[in-house]
Design a protein around this ligand. Structure first.
Ligand code: PLP
Length: 414
């Protein structure tokens, strides 16, 4: 069979819908300045789907710094991988500032969070090591684990009794292989907004010998008193042995970092293949990263504004009877019942008739009969945006309950 046959025959679990939804529900083009209002297909929309939590994407100081750094260095500099010819004082400065921001001894920059995480896991685990991880971990964790040829145990999302049982099994096994045990979870879970139970996990260190790796992509900059993440929020940042953060969310940029004890970071620098064999992070991203970190440290009002908007949105939804799951972060899932066609019709109605742009997830990504609209409040939203959205949501929920979206087919958007 031709290797290309799958491109037309199967397309994969999401690709099978491409001909019906491409450009609208998948790969939509949002244009204009990144903010609470952007242009979609020529019309202004109120946007609730960007992880621009603190509104830094379009902050004037950020924009100026990015532009000046691009002017001064261009995008090519430094040329080469960090290990060969891509090392600079500014890369090191950002690493040292990030390390102290998240309360760790050392940090190392990663070109992308996804690739970085795959390599962190690959480098940390040998064949004899045993890994225990949350079942709802992000794809970068799952894909990192695919490279692990030793044993792995999964526990159902945030099920601490099961984690304990898996730690018992892992500890026993590691005793026979001579390896160590690594636990991996997220800080803030990006789809559901609930938190990894880091306090309970760290408390298990009394009974088991393991290290904890936390992906805090959605917690960095927004959780905790200083924005140091979910570990700070739950009072156990010291118990997080390896902290992972990305610049793709609150930092509103590209790149990521890992922070840990100095000897672990040195080990990772010399063993993470996705970083050793890839070009260094471009200078404008490094200089821009320093500026973003400075703003996150010195402008707590951005975080306060984010939480004001998040609380208003989440309390308003709850008061109107919406199910928003167990979120304890700004990530706001709105869980509705309906089939995929109802999910797309409702989202289309919100987008076209209420000018509200938010992301929707339905079967086959989540179980049949469930629709999840995901709202991401940010510091650039207003309370008027929240009230307008609450009214619109009540309206479409009423229509959903009356069966008005039950056409049996995915809305024609092309
Ligand atoms: C939980 C989580 N981890 C890792 C990543 C990957 O980060 P990046 O976009 O920097 O590759 C993401 C998404 O961006 C994420 O949501």
């Amino acid at each position: 069979m031709d290797i290309f046959t799958k491109a037309t025959a199967k397309m994969g679990p999401l690709g099978q819908y491409a001909s019906q939804v491409h450009g609208y529900f998948t790969f939509p083009k949002l244009e204009g300045e990144i903010s609470n209002r952007m242009i979609f297909q020529g019309k202004e929309k109120l946007v609730w789907s960007l992880n621009n939590y603190l509104g830094l994407a379009n902050h004037p100081e950020v924009r100026r710094t990015d532009a000046e750094a691009a002017e001064q260095y261009g995008m090519a500099s430094p040329m080469g991988a960090r290990m060969m010819s891509g090392q600079t004082d500014l890369h090191e400065q950002l690493e040292s500032e990030l390390a102290s921001f998240v309360g760790k001894e050392s940090a190392y920059l990663l070109n992308y969070g996804y690739q970085g995480m795959v390599s962190i896991i690959d480098a940390l685990l040998d064949r004899q090591d045993v890994v225990v991880y949350d079942s709802e971990s992000h794809a970068c964790i799952i894909d990192g684990l695919r490279m692990h040829i030793g044993k792995r145990f999964v526990y159902p999302h945030n099920d601490m009794d099961c984690l304990r049982r898996q730690l018992e099994r892992a500890t026993k096994l590691a005793g026979t292989t001579g390896g160590g045990v690594l636990v991996i979870t997220e800080g803030v879970f990006g789809m559901s907004g609930d938190l990894g139970k880091l306090d309970e996990i760290v408390a298990m260190k009394k009974d088991f010998n393991f290290r904890l790796l936390v992906d805090d992509a959605h917690g960095l900059g927004i959780m905790g008193n200083t924005g140091a993440g979910t570990g700070e929020h739950l009072g156990v940042q010291d118990g997080v042995d390896v902290f992972f953060g990305t610049f793709a969310k609150a930092f509103a940029s590209i790149g990521a970092f890992v922070a840990a004890p100095k000897e672990v970071i040195t080990y990772l620098m010399y063993n993470m293949r996705s970083q050793i064999y890839a070009k260094s992070l471009p200078m404008p991203l490094v200089v821009g990263g320093l500026k973003r970190l400075e703003l996150i440290r010195t402008k707590p009002e951005l975080r306060e504004k984010l939480w004001t908007i998040s609380s208003a949105l989440q309390n308003g939804l709850k008061e109107r009877g919406f199910n928003i799951g167990n979120t304890e972060s700004p990530v706001t899932p709105v869980v509705l019942s309906g089939d995929t066609s109802e999910g797309t019709n409702l989202t289309h109605d919100l987008r076209e008739n209420f000018n509200i742009f938010c992301s929707v997830v339905a079967y086959p990504v989540i179980p049949k009969g469930m629709i999840i609209l995901r709202l991401i409040p940010t510091a650039v939203h207003t309370l008027e945006d929240v009230n307008y959205t609450l009214d619109a949501f009540s309206h479409v929920k009423d229509k959903l309950d009356r069966g008005a979206y039950a056409t049996g087919k995915i809305v024609d958007v092309l």
